[in-house]
Design a protein around this ligand. Structure first.
Ligand code: S1T
Ligand code: MG
Length: 539
């Protein structure tokens, strides 16, 4: 076995099931081993941001490692934004970068793709990963890889592995997976007793679930706990799609001022808000209509549990859930709840299309043809997705980068084998929509809904006087054929409904439905979000 094979076997043993990448001369030898060994399938794309987003989506969907392989410098540094988003939203992506070999590094020459020094890239990636490894010595490489992959899974954050091209074929031992760190049983007992006491004493306990519940594969346990305790459950914006299809008393997504008033009131008036794996971010809590006193909540995140003014360290979410399930008695009367019913029944007439019509149309489509996983980009398409029936959803709901949607949809189909729906605005499509050109060779056929308002509309809602928010009308539907798919432009609700039905019926080629949305027409959720942010800022 050589260093590359050791790395590939270790990735597979830790849960990776594919690699997304773009080679370069510093990475060619490694990509050769990837392609010829067949240990993991390789999907090359066209631009490194797309590689990062696709690997991120695969990691989120599967709750295990996503892998992004790139060349040194121009490749890896091109992917920084996507990896930063994975870090912020706790997605376990393994970045593998080729690098100069020892000989060329010591040549005294400045090397191509070198920015400042040959250590600059490592330093940059230290800021957006939870662990790093440079495989410069075959004797230590297996332990370095085992440690980095264990960190990636334990922290559910990206890690960075640098593989110099002169190390690729060096003989090496296999990596031995590290055991999970032990949990202090007494601390866990004390923590669980205190959490359960707080919940029992509460008049209106509420459970909010966030990204870590998906990342650590804990949905079934959380659903059982909520059912057992008889506590209503909501998701954070980033946690949307969680518990879909379980029997948990799921009420919907907490969106503060932008959300359904009943859910906002329930969360913000709770006297015991249990936050399981919820990132305490402005997009999750900055839009609270009244300040939620986070000191009164019970927060389980980043393997710590905080109640009031004290914290139990080193309590992984999985251990906490197992212990809670072992001790939680069923509440006398299970909570009565009406599962969220998202709007459906599009009025298929000659009226113009609004983002809310898109949500209606998608709910009708999934009623007729079954749930489909969704990848959403940043823009009003993200807010529109909040009104689509609960289904597996990957979206940059906190880091909020554009460009995520299309590559993430491709990563979803690669990881799940299911046909995804991609929701993307015209501005974001201009960034990474072209990755659709890779569908044909990889056998992907997503349904892509482009909300084309020829505008950076979300920015216009905050600063309407700026003309730079006016975009030209790029005729995306006409470009689909050139990229190997089929496209249609629709202007009315009836055309939208027919186009989606045709798209579902056509397999084997991506289907691009370009929905023309009049400028200034927003989804209800985005309108409430903007109005709420304005109100809060005037406080
Ligand atoms: N660049 C990147 C990579 N991500 C961003 N989020 C932004 C810039 C800022 C930004 C938004 S929303 C938005 C921009 C430029 C406009 C999005 O336009 P489009 O995709 O057409 O969607 P819509 O017309 O629905 O707004 C957020 C606020 O940061
Ligand atoms: Mg737009």
């Amino acid at each position: 076995m050589n260093v590359s094979e050791m790395l590939l076997h270790a990735l597979r043993e830790h849960g990776a099931r594919e690699i997304f990448g773009i080679p370069g001369d510093f990475a060619l030898p490694f990509f050769k081993v990837v392609e010829e060994s067949g240990i993991l399938p390789l999907y090359t794309l066209s631009h490194e941001p797309g590689v990062g987003f696709a690997a991120d989506a695969a990691a989120r969907f599967r709750g295990s490692l996503g892998v992004a392989a790139v060349t040194y410098g121009a490749g890896a540094l091109n992917m920084v934004n996507a990896v930063a988003g994975a870090y912020a939203e706790k997605s376990p992506v393994v970045v593998i970068s080729g690098a100069p070999g020892a000989g060329e590094a010591g040549s005294g020459l400045l090397l191509h793709h070198q920015a400042k020094t040959l250590d600059s890239q490592f330093a940059i990636y230290k800021e957006i990963t939870c662990d790093q490894a440079r495989l410069t010595d075959a004797r230590t490489a297996p332990a370095e890889v085992a440690r980095a992959l264990a960190s990636c899974l334990r922290e559910s954050r990206p890690v960075y592995i640098e593989l110099p091209r002169d190390m690729v074929a060096v003989p090496c031992d296999p990596a031995v997976a590290l055991p999970l760190p032990p949990v202090d049983g007494d601390a866990l007992e004390a923590c669980v007793a205190e959490v359960l006491a707080r919940l029992r004493a509460a008049a209106s306990p509420v459970l909010m679930v966030g990204v870590e519940v998906r990342r650590f594969g804990l949905e079934a346990k959380v659903a059982e706990l909520a059912r057992r305790l008889g506590i209503p459950v909501v998701t954070s914006i980033l946690g949307r799609g969680l518990l879909a299809g379980t029997q948990a008393p799921l009420l919907g997504t907490y969106l503060g001022v932008a959300g359904q008033p009943a859910i906002t009131e329930l969360v913000e008036s709770s006297d015991a808000l249990l936050l399981l794996g919820v990132i305490i971010s402005d997009t999750n809590f900055g839009v609270s209509s009244r300040q939620i006193d986070l000191r009164k909540t019970i927060q389980a995140l980043d393997h710590r549990v905080s109640l009031g003014y004290h914290t139990y360290p080193d309590i992984p979410l999985a251990a906490l859930l197992d212990a809670l399930l072992a001790r939680a008695e069923a509440r006398a009367q299970p909570v009565r709840f009406a599962p969220p019913r998202h709007p459906r029944g599009l009025q298929a007439d000659d009226g113009p299309i609004t983002p809310d019509d898109v949500a209606l149309a998608l709910n009708d489509l999934m009623d007729a043809h079954g749930r489909m996983p969704i990848a959403a980009d940043m823009g009003d398409c993200l807010f529109t997705a909040m009104d689509v029936e609960q289904t597996a959803l990957v979206a940059p709901g906190y880091y909020a980068t554009m460009g995520f949607g299309v590559p993430a949809g491709l990563g979803l189909q690669a990881a799940s084998g299911e046909r995804p729906i991609i929701l993307v605005g015209d501005g974001a499509f201009q960034m990474t929509g072209w990755e659709l050109g890779n569908c044909a060779r990889h056998g992907w056929d997503p349904i892509v809904l482009v909300l084309n308002n020829a505008s950076w509309e979300m920015l216009r809602t905050f600063q309407p006087e700026s003309r730079f928010n006016d975009l030209d009308d790029w005729r995306f539907a006409e470009m689909a054929a050139g990229l190997g798919g089929e496209g249609v432009r629709v202007r009315t609700r009836a055309e939208l409904e027919a186009a989606l039905e045709r798209a579902v019926a056509t397999r084997g080629r991506f289907q691009l439905v370009e929905a023309m949305i009049p400028r200034g027409v927003l989804s209800e959720t985005l309108s409430r979000f903007v109005a709420g942010v304005r109100r809060l800022s005037q406080r």
